[in-house]
Each structure stands twice: as structure tokens, then as C-alpha cells.
Design a protein around this ligand. Sequence first.
Ligand code: CU
Length: 161
Amino acid sequence: MTRAWAVLALLLTLAIAGCGDADPGSSASGDLEVHGAWVEPSPTGKGPAGGFLTLMNRSDRAWVLVGASSPDAGRVELHRSWIEGGIARMAPVATARVEPGEHFAFEPGGYHLMIFDAPALASASGLSLRLEFENGEVREVEATLGSAGGHAAGQGDHSAH
Ligand SMILES: [Cu+2]
């Protein structure tokens, strides 16, 4: 019994440590968590940057992302990329819905945040993101600077936006 409790306590500690506030790019605050947030400046440094993260819904109701903003940027939009006839397309989307118990990934080649007017990004270590949900709740994360170079599906040069 004592040993079982010790194991349980250890597992809980690991679970919390794996998803704590100290985890860069993450915000663990209850039933909707944000993990692994990162931003990639445009290749030219002039066009909009791409923002990527994973939403995890640990609650029993759907969470709907309805908007995003940043104190470090003029404007942040929700976008989706896809390939159509061999051509990379991209369009704004109004919302992103995360079903109960599911996760929703913003990643290169798919859904992403489009971050406009963030001139300091290239010389910064990251960017603050504020995510707004339909239920009025807000999650804030510090996205780190990253590169999609290691990813198979890039999303192209956003400077053409
Ligand atoms: Cu875009």
C-alpha cells in the first residue's frame, strides 16, 4: 500500500512536471492546455510569421478557439494551409474546435497562426500569444523561436500573403 502510494505520487509529480508553467511555450491551466508553442519568422523577415502550437482539451466539453492576439504583433489571424493540385493554398479560418479529450495541432502545412506586424521578432527570443476561446476564457503562452526546417511539410513563404 505504502509503495503503491509512493508510485502514484511519483507519477503525479512527473505528470505535473511534464506540463508545468516552466515548460517553454506551454500554458497548463486546467481543462484547456496549450503545449509546444513556437513561431517562425518569415524567410525574408518582412512578411508575416507563422505560429504553431497544440491545444489539449482535458475537459468534457468542446473548446472553440475564436481568436488570437499578441502584445508583440499588430495582428494575429487563424489560418489553414492545404495542398490543392500540387499548389500550396492558405486561407483564414474563423474558429478551431477542440473536442473533449482531443488535441488540435497548429503545425506547418496545416492550421497555423499568421502573425502580422511583428518587426522585433527576428531579434527577439520569442513572442507572447493570447488565445481567446468562445467561452470567454483566455490562455497566454510564450512562444519560442523555431524553424520548420526539420519538418517535412513547410508552408511556403508568407511574404506573398
Ligand atoms: Cu497563413
